[in-house]
Design a protein around this ligand. Structure first.
Ligand SMILES: Cc1cc2nc3c(=O)[nH]c(=O)nc-3n(C[C@H](O)[C@H](O)[C@H](O)COP(=O)(O)O)c2cc1C
Length: 248
């Protein structure tokens, strides 16, 4: 196989895909070992290297170390999660109550990634017509950090079952700062093979071919049989953790 100057080596490419398909949302497998400063620094810089609208870089990173603050976040989670349980009915509600949906006090570190909607003034290149682009940019930073963490053998869990205004008060965030992601980070004793919600039967991963269309969302034109097969093969590889691997 030729390796053009702008492509990764086969090993690098496989490493990237392996990181993507083995990344997990972690809440039950944290161990208490501290995170080394250099690894944490790499995670934060990886996040900072994310794309952003107009190169706005709207993110900030709050390392939440104080256990008293974390206890307040945990309380906020408990309250929101009790409210959330009531939004489901019957067996779904019973199952919801059995799920562990946060690792706030188990993980050695919590991290809030925020978005400063005013970072580059009111008119931002690229954000002129869709104002939420700065929030999307911040989510790109979250994903960069999540993948970098997986590459370092660190687990990340995203806690979103929180009243946003309560979280802002706990962290002392001003009006224009949005807490985009509240994350729990730490070493893990293992990474699950599949999403926990899939393993417990909450929801399955959708087949990729149902999510791809041509020209419009419900496009008339069918995907070619060969591309359809390629999509299925790639999804199968991802399920086996071998996405991007080519047979020797
Ligand atoms: C925006 C966002 C918010 C999430 N919030 C929570 C949460 O509050 N609690 C939780 O247990 N998982 C949360 N998750 C994790 C998802 O449940 C998880 O990504 C999904 O089940 C797929 O599993 P995987 O990440 O291990 O592949 C969140 C994920 C995202 C992207």
């Amino acid at each position: 196989m030729t390796n053009r100057d702008n492509s990764l080596t086969q090993e690098e490419r496989q490493g990237l895909y392996r990181t993507i398909v083995t990344r997990r949302d972690v809440r039950s497998q944290f161990v208490s070992d501290p995170i080394a400063d250099d690894a944490l620094a790499r995670l934060l810089v990886a996040a900072h290297w994310a794309p952003s609208v107009g190169f706005m870089q709207p993110w900030s990173f709050i390392l939440v170390q104080d256990m008293a603050i974390r206890a307040q976040v945990k309380d906020a989670f408990e309250k929101a999660s009790a409210e959330a349980a009531l939004m489901f009915e019957g067996e779904r509600r019973d199952q919801y109550k059995t799920l562990k949906l946060e690792g706030i006090l188990d993980a050695p570190l919590n991290l809030c990634i925020t978005c400063d909607r005013d970072r580059d003034g009111p008119v931002v290149l690229g954000r002129t017509h869709i104002p939420t682009m700065d929030l999307y940019s911040t989510v790109c930073a979250v994903q960069n950090l999540w993948l970098a963490a997986r590459a370092e053998g660190l687990g990340v869990g995203w806690v979103s079952i929180l009243d946003e205004s309560r979280l802002k008060t706990i962290l002392g965030l001003p009006e224009k700062i949005v807490p985009v992601a509240y994350l729990c980070i730490g070493h893990v004793d293992h990474f699950l093979d599949a999403p926990e919600l899939e393993a417990v039967g909450w929801r399955k991963r959708l087949p990729i071919e149902e999510l791809v269309s041509i020209d419009s969302l419900n496009g008339e034109r069918a995907i070619s049989p060969s591309f359809l097969e390629a999509l299925r093969q790639a999804q199968k590889q991802a399920e086996h953790g071998t996405l991007g691997r080519t047979e020797a």
